[in-house]
Design a protein. Structure first.
Lengths: 185, 221
């Protein structure tokens, strides 16, 4: 069953249909929120708010974009609103998140894991130091949930602009990593 | 992007991910994997139950409010109508009990000098009206309480037989040594204009009361 069919059923009051939509897109929603918030718990809350809001606004969904893009747009704005909260700002002062993982490193080598963890920490720091528009674009692209066109619609900029921001952010991070002695690939 | 970079919460299909990859033209790198890890929750994501519960609570609360309103709208309508009736009655009673303004000329008027006094006799009266009405005649003839209508608005003098007359108003001695002509007072921002009246009786005392005695322009004689 397609998303559109599920939306129609959900509009008719079928909660199970909307539940299926949640199942399908919850990961994408949480990732999109994490791109803004950088914190998994906050991202879950934002995604949850977004789903509730999306349900209430199902009547305004006209199918111009896919349901997923429409949902992620709502999620994106929910996350931005949440980030504006004072509590969130305080949390960000204390520490951003605990989501950096070291699974990209070779698990067979303790030394390798340490190096990878350090590498990850550098990446996280560099990403956080990026200007917000670059950081958000790079993180949204990192979710790999959408095409550039869809991401541009979510963020509300032109596709070319978003693509340029992503590439620019990536170049900046790579340049800084190179200064630290990290060679990509 | 490597599969290593994806979290345990990743429940999307491989086909969907491949279709949605925005950077399919760029090779996966360690950087990509690390970036992906920044937007990947470490624990499984299951929002379904919580979202549906919240949606259900919202429906319940809306239904409760709607039910309460449907039960009580008749009572609310009755209460509103009763409030309107009570307020209207109170307004009527208040209007009836409030004192009507009395003729203001009597307080500030003084007899007009002989030069402005009405001539005696019927012929003279015919000449006088509608040429000039002195304070004396105003005092003598305008006995009605105030120029107020039943709605409370100030009633303007009648213009039934609109021949303009100069209304002579007697002011307190300290303010003006002689009666002033309203037509002359009214040209300089004062409240009373040269009003067309059909007869002296139509001049409302309330109108005369409005003369601003702070800035009278005393006509030179």
């Amino acid at each position: 069953m397609t998303d559109t069919e599920l939306v129609e059923r959900a509009r008719g009051g079928e909660a199970a249909a909307f539940g299926e939509l949640i199942e399908r897109h919850q990961i994408a929603a949480v990732r999109a929120a994490m791109a803004v918030l950088g914190n998994a718990d906050e991202a879950r809350e934002a995604a949850q708010d977004a789903f509730v809001l999306a349900f209430r606004r199902l009547g305004s969904f006209r199918g111009e974009a896919s349901f997923k893009t429409w949902l992620l747009t709502i999620t994106w704005h929910q996350a931005i609103n949440r980030r504006r909260g004072i509590a969130q700002r305080l949390k960000r002062l204390v520490g951003l998140d605990d989501t950096v993982e070291t699974r990209a490193a070779d698990p067979n080598s303790q030394e390798h894991r340490l190096v990878a963890a350090e590498h990850a920490a550098h990446v996280k720091r560099l990403v956080r130091s990026l200007p917000r528009r670059y950081r958000e674009a790079l993180m949204l692209a990192a979710t790999r949930e959408c095409t550039f066109e869809e991401m541009a619609r979510i963020v509300g900029v032109a596709s070319g602009t978003l693509k340029w921001r992503v590439n620019r952010a990536r170049t900046m991070v790579r340049a800084e990593l190179a200064k630290l002695g990290y060679q990509d690939d | 992007m490597t599969e290593q970079g994806r979290g345990v919460g990743d429940q999307g299909s491989r086909t969907d991910r491949a279709k949605a990859r925005p950077e399919a033209d760029t090779p996966d790198t360690v950087l990509d994997a690390l970036l992906a890890s920044l937007v990947t929750p470490r624990t499984p994501v299951d929002l379904r139950a919580s979202v549906l519960r919240r949606i259900g609570e919202g429906r319940d609360s809306r239904a409760a409010v709607g039910g309460w309103l449907s039960l009580n709208w008749r009572w609310a309508a009755l209460a509103g109508a009763a409030a309107v009736v009570v307020m209207a009655t109170a307004m009527v009673l208040w209007r009836g009990s409030s004192p009507q303004p009395s003729g203001g000329v009597a307080r500030s008027a003084r007899p007009a000098p002989a030069s402005l006094a009405p001539p005696a006799g019927p012929a003279a009266r015919a000449e006088r009206v509608p040429n000039e009405v002195t304070a004396e005649t105003t005092l003598a003839r305008v006995e009605r309480p105030a120029g107020r209508t039943s709605r409370g608005a100030t009633r303007r003098p009648s213009v039934a037989d609109a021949s303009e007359v100069d209304v002579a108003v007697a002011l307190p001695p300290l303010e003006a040594p002689a009666p002033l002509l309203v037509s002359e007072l009214s040209t300089d921002g004062l409240q009373i204009e040269r009003v067309p009246v059909s007869a002296p009786l139509e001049i409302a005392p309330l109108e005369i009361e409005r003369i601003d005695v702070d800035r009278p322009r005393i006509p030179k004689r």
